[in-house]
Design a protein. Structure first.
Length: 181
């Protein structure tokens, strides 16, 4: 487990130092890819001008975002030395590692919710997901099991019926198929 913590700590420190560079690279590469993809947008009829096509605004926006991404990369590289001085250490770094691991568990809980929603049903899975997160994210001394159950059941039922009645989206009934109709 110590090796995993060291890797996570290295990622946290690295992102702290190079966050602008990393985000700038993501912005630049994403904008470049979407700019290139915008050339494949089908145009139904011959445009009067280049501004008159469905390609114009995506190309304008992503073309403008690419230099911003490059500027962010340069800024990040120039400020890396300053960021190294403020990188988290000790308890602050340990807290960051713990928060990172908790975030991964929360993301896995979302994946489990999505995978099991169809066979088990939205309402039971939403209740279990909310209960898990309320207990997981709260310190043990602050647990309020009765309140957590009431909130989870109320939110799951309310959201199910709101989606069904107002948004006209049928969420999976799963094991409650005969009960919910």
């Amino acid at each position: 487990m110590k090796k995993v913590d060291k890797v996570i700590a290295g990622m946290i420190r690295g992102f702290h130092i190079y966050n602008d560079t990393i985000l700038g690279a993501i912005l630049f590469l994403g904008s470049l890819a979407l700019f290139i993809l915008s050339f494949s947008i089908k145009i139904m009829k011959t445009p009067v001008s280049g501004v008159d096509t469905a390609r114009f605004f995506p190309q304008l926006i992503f073309g403008a975002l690419m230099p911003l991404g490059l500027a962010l990369i340069v800024r990040g590289l120039l400020q890396a030395k300053l960021q190294k001085k403020t990188a988290p250490e000790g308890e602050k770094l340990e807290a960051g590692v713990t928060a990172f691991k908790r975030s991964i568990v929360a993301l896995l809980a979302i994946a489990v919710f999505i995978v099991l929603m169809e066979p088990v049903g939205y309402i039971p899975m939403a209740i279990l997901y909310m209960l898990f997160n309320m207990f997981y994210m709260c310190e043990r001394k602050a647990w309020k099991p009765v309140l957590f159950v009431i909130v989870a059941v109320a939110v799951a039922l309310a959201s199910y019926f709101l989606f069904r009645q107002f948004v006209y989206v049928r969420l999976p009934a799963g094991i409650l198929k005969g009960v919910l109709g």
